[in-house]
Write a protein of this length. Structure first.
Length: 327
């Protein structure tokens, strides 16, 4: 699975990395413009905010609202970009398993047509995971309220034991549900299913192969996290260089503009490193999950002959009809 994912990235890096770079780059640009506007607002009111006395609430409220709106816009933008990328990966994989090329425009149009179904599926998966966690958390809170009526020692012991038991129940249940429905976003694109039908289909395919799907998926996400950290680490270190040089060691107090420049530079480098890390972490794990989907269908539904037949039909289209042999 892992070697297949790397091979697919190597052979189809233009539509995969290109689309992800365009989407996450646009999201980062939107965030960058918002951060620039926010910093310009802070710089314009820096003397009033850092002057003697407490800052006026009338000055703080508009800034807090601006930063809140910026955060919401950033989250929505990145979620939409992630959804399009997650829908685009199965589109590329559909052609990759047949050995057919695919262009950027085709990937975009087909992915965008399924993006809202992917968002609905992911939200439904999150809701399924959250409901049992909320129920167990409510039970823990109820026990904590009951424990307050007991002696101090007994109450603390009851809360600790029940809290530990609750987490021991939540963690396996969440992992089981996550793996059970992990193929649903891929199914939405591959088979054109609606969210509920895709969840049922994922449960059907994973049945009997839960541990295998869990192990390979966990390894893919772990590898993506390690690679993402290795990408971010040197850029983050570069961003901390101005602080290690200590340009204000002369004893003079840095001005507000100088602090904003340093903070702004660090945030720009953080955005760049986050974008570079996001390119790999957003492509590699869903690609492995998509290959798992194809593999399970080959094992359980005899998909290999269908793919071979489809690939054979594409050969005349790409290379022309075979030469005529002897009668």
């Amino acid at each position: 699975m892992l070697s297949g994912a790397f091979s697919t990235i190597g052979g189809y890096w233009k539509p995969l990395i290109g689309l992800a770079l365009a989407l996450f780059g646009a999201a980062t640009a939107v965030m960058g413009v918002g951060v620039a506007i926010a910093f310009s607002t802070v710089a314009a009111n820096w003397d009033d905010l850092t002057g003697p006395g407490d800052p006026d609430m009338a000055q703080l409220v508009p800034m807090a609202i601006a930063f809140g709106v910026l955060m919401v816009i950033g989250v929505v933008t990145y979620l939409l970009a992630s959804a399009v990328v997650q829908a685009a990966i199965p589109v590329v994989l559909q052609e990759a398993v047949l050995g057919r090329p695919i262009g950027f425009g085709t990937v975009w149009s087909r992915a965008w047509s399924r993006v809202w179904s992917v968002i609905g599926t992911v939200c439904l998966m999150g809701l399924i995971l959250v409901v049992p966690i909320l129920l167990i958390t409510a039970a823990i809170v109820a026990v904590m309220v009951y424990a307050t009526t007991l002696d101090d020692t007994d109450g603390v012991l009851v809360v600790a034991m029940f809290g530990l038991f609750g987490w021991l129940v939540i963690a396996p249940l969440a992992a089981w549900l996550w793996v059970k429905f992990s193929l649903a976003p891929t199914i939405v694109v591959f088979e054109g299913q609606r969210p509920v039908a895709a969840l049922r289909r994922s449960s059907q395919l994973v049945r009997g192969s839960w541990w295998r799907v869990f192990g390979i998926t966990l390894l893919a996400f772990g590898l993506a996290s390690v690679v993402g950290y290795m990408i971010q680490m040197p850029i983050q270190a570069l961003g901390s260089l101005p602080g290690t040089m200590d340009p204000f060691s002369s004893g003079t107090e840095p001005s507000g503009e100088e602090l904003l420049v340093l903070l702004g530079g660090f945030m720009v480098l953080s955005m760049i490193s986050g974008l570079a890390s996001q390119l790999f972490s957003s492509v590699f794990p869903p690609l492995v999950v998509g290959l798992l989907y194809v593999d399970l269908r080959m094992r359980n539904e005899n998909l290999a002959p269908v793919l071979a037949e489809a690939a054979a039909r594409t050969l005349p289209e790409q290379y022309g009809p075979p030469p005529a042999g002897p009668a």
